[in-house]
Design a protein around this ligand. Structure first.
Ligand code: GDP
Ligand code: MG
Length: 327
């Protein structure tokens, strides 16, 4: 069993050495542990630092592409390197390397495909009251829309099985954390969580810039991903409410009309017709979105199979390289 620990980094030369030093050298049930740093266009010496501290694999982006893209590039490279499990951790030593053993256990034992490290946010001293409340609320929303019971949705400390990594397709730019959980839930992967400890804060968070922007981006991500997986339900509800209101107003008009007081209610009749038309359109959009959703599932399945073929071929060429070298 091969484990690759991936660390997305943006200017982490100060904190990367401590992070790397804390990573476990051996774990029960795992034969090989390797490290992978994804450098997202850092302007400091992150790459040299990674090299000097014995990182096995480095991916370098020429410019800053954002955390979600770095995360996906890491998963892709880990699959090509033959990882059976991928662990994602942060370059600022927020998470405790020792906990990686706990994090991968459910996957090693074949009990889970996707394990999230639960920081027990309320216990973190350096999080402000507002940040704690926001994280708890965010996690609650993610729980509702994803049908999972992950208590700490924004935790970047995760273990992912090879199978789950093959199925992940992150499309939002902001952060992979919420999207991957919703996807894992909607794709029926075995999602699990374990309590983990956090370390002393070494620097300010770069993702949590301001509260309003954080809320806006998170809500937008959750809404988009939910809509992608449940378009019919969402549009049926919205359309149903609008159409229903129109029907009620129509009913009221009919009542007046039948009791001989139909005159003077034309305005409400127009309103009711408009509402019913809009409601009907929204329901129609839901049907179209549902058809597109069906298509997406087919595309995702094709992508999954293509990735598998690609990885098999990759394994073949890698083997050949090795043989050539031996000659
Ligand atoms: N690839 C990439 N990584 C980033 C970016 N911003 C932050 N990170 C990395 O994401 C991880 C978490 O970032 P951090 O600022 O500690 O946010 P926190 O999770 O709120 O503490 C660290 O390993 C950072 O190096 C970015 O723009 N691109
Ligand atoms: Mg941090």
């Amino acid at each position: 069993m091969k484990l690759i620990i991936q660390i997305p980094c943006l200017n982490e030369e100060q904190t990367l050495p401590v992070t790397l030093k804390d990573l476990p050298k051996e774990i029960e049930g795992v034969d090989i542990i390797e490290t992978l740093v994804i450098d997202d266009g850092s302007t400091d010496n992150t790459i040299e630092t990674a090299r000097n501290n014995g990182v096995n694999h480095i991916i370098k982006f020429t410019n800053n592409k954002g955390l979600a893209e770095a995360f996906m590039a890491g998963l892709d490279a880990s699959l090509k390197l033959g990882a059976d499990i991928v662990v994602n951790t942060d370059g600022d030593n927020q998470y405790n390397g020792e906990d990686i053993e706990k994090l991968v256990q459910p996957i090693v034992l074949g009990e889970a495909d996707f394990v999230v490290g639960d920081r027990q946010v309320n216990r973190i001293d350096h999080f402000s009251g507002t940040k704690k409340k926001l994280q708890v609320l965010g996690s609650w929303v993610v729980k509702q829309v994803s049908n999972t019971d992950v208590p700490d949705a924004t935790s970047g400390f995760r273990a992912i099985s090879r199978e789950a990594a093959l199925k992940m397709n992150v499309i939002t730019k902001f952060s992979y954390t919420l999207e991957t959980i919703i996807q894992a839930g909607k794709k029926n992967l075995a999602v699990s969580h374990v309590p983990v400890s956090t370390q002393e804060k070494l620097r300010e968070s770069r993702l949590f810039k301001s509260i309003p922007s954080y809320i806006k981006r998170s809500m937008l991500t959750i809404f988009r991903i939910y809509l992608m997986y449940e378009p019919l339900k969402t549009f049926l509800r919205i359309g149903g409410i609008v159409f229903g209101s129109g029907m009620l107003i129509s009913g009221r008009f009919l009542y007046f009309w039948m009791t001989g007081n139909g005159g003077g209610h034309i305005q409400s009749l127009i309103l009711s017709a408009v509402l019913m038309m809009i409601g009907f359109q929204v329901i129609m959009i839901g049907l179209v979105a549902d058809l597109i959703g069906g298509n997406r599932r087919l595309i995702e399945d094709a992508l999954y199979r293509v990735k598998k073929i690609e990885l098999n071929q990759h394994k073949g060429t890698n083997g050949k390289h090795k043989q050539n070298k031996q000659k």
